[in-house]
Design a binder for this molecule. Sequence first.
Ligand SMILES: Nc1ncnc2c1ncn2[C@@H]1O[C@H](COP(=O)(O)OP(=O)(O)OP(=O)(O)O)[C@@H](O)[C@H]1O
Length: 511
Amino acid sequence: MPAPTDASPRLPLDADGILALAARSMFHLFSSISQGMFLVDRGGRIVWVNEGYQRFLPALGVRSVDDFLGRQVEEVIPNTQMRQVLDTGQPILIDLLTNRAGTFVVSRIPLHAEREGDAGDAPGEVIGAIGIVLFDHPETTLQPLISKFAMLQRDLDDARRELATQRANPLLQHAPGGQRRAKYTFASFIGSSPAAVDIKRHARRAAQSSSPVLLLGETGTGKELLAHAIHTASARAHGPFVSLNIAAVPDTLLEAEFFGFAPGAFTGADRKGREGKFKLADGGTLFLDEIGDMPMGLQAKLLRALQEGEIEPLGSNKLVAFDARVIAATSRDLVALVRDGRFREDLYYRLNVLPLRVPPLRERRGDIPALVEALGEDMAQRSGEAPPELMPDALALLAAQHWRGNTRELRNVLEQLAMRSDATRIDAAEVQRVLAETGLEQIAAPETAAPIEPSAGETRLLRPLAEQVAELERRAIAAAMATTGGNKLAAARLLGISRATLYDRMAVDSN
Ligand SMILES: Nc1ncnc2c1ncn2[C@@H]1O[C@H](COP(=O)(O)OP(=O)(O)OP(=O)(O)O)[C@@H](O)[C@H]1O
């Protein structure tokens, strides 16, 4: 390393100089790594904004930097907490801010006056504050953190629900041997549409029998929930409910998971040996989720176990009898898997004794308002905040979606809505924005497509057609403008019309 020459820059030797240099370096660092910064004076007036921040101005409804400077911060940045920082002198180092421009991770730091003379280390009076946008689009930039948080939240949720359900239903209380018990009853399956009533009726009937049940349906339709409910309503309700998600266990470990292993059965195995799920489910129900993902090699062994009512733990050379009722579930097309030679036909028939097809959400759109209410209540119980209240147009828009991920996806969207919206009453434009931001396809909510209450919907339709078309057009334009943050070109593209046509229609609406 070359020795510093007299011309090389050096660290200042005095404390004030070092402090000034550190402050300058940190300011430059934040200015370059953050998405934007601005300063307010003691009175909350915006006095400076950097280049990065300027790109948020259109979404905030501000036309130019000149329009931004000199304004009171609350006037131009809804929901800001800068005033609190000015009043308390306390920084808010990390916070989520949601307003019409989106959701941001922000930091707010007070600026203190220099202390005159020998005032010690105490900060001087607050003379302003600096606002920093650390991340925009936190849903993508902070995805790993958010996913982890969501997972923990869901675990907590499950535990709370389990407790609440146990209190309400003694049948769900401790099964012999400890914690393995069902979490849901048929009452947990929300829905009174013909399709929901039908599946519950068939499932209740299946609960009376001891034959294997096969739950077929898309992901998130409630197959696992129904498996729990069938167990709870069955004669085995006092026995354990044991579930195994076949897709979640590596193929090499599956056999041990199913059948258990004898002490010292293989290198690295637990010295004491371990019981498999079949044995753990003795006297109760074994739920085999994602059965379509079962490796071919193990299918023959599963078939034998089901036929004989006996299993052979790995490395034991001993047959052990078990008494468990099997409920299997899959979102895959088992018949096609059989046809392609990827699922044994004999095993398919063994499992397919009582097949139940769980309908996707789009076949029971009428249940969506009730589901929204139940899921909202559940979320509110968890967060301690009031449940989100969806306006009729927002519900209609949700009811019109395709919902590939069914109830699980609906729940995710509601969680996003609760997280991003300041208002407790959520309208269609807000839903549209979240659907767009979460990358879900959006289907407009024509009133004829999914009337939530047929009679009310029909009454609404008994008006002049031109009036209804105009209203639908106005709502579509408003939704497109909300989704694109007011960008008319993008809104026109979304609606499949030219920009000129969009201007025309908007001019008509404002007249
Ligand atoms: N009808 C319903 N009423 C209330 N909650 C429901 C309903 N259907 C599904 N859910 C909820 O949606 C989520 C997904 O349900 P579940 O895990 O039972 O679906 P699944 O069909 O087993 O999904 P996968 O095939 O992906 O495992 C759960 O939180 C469940 O409680």
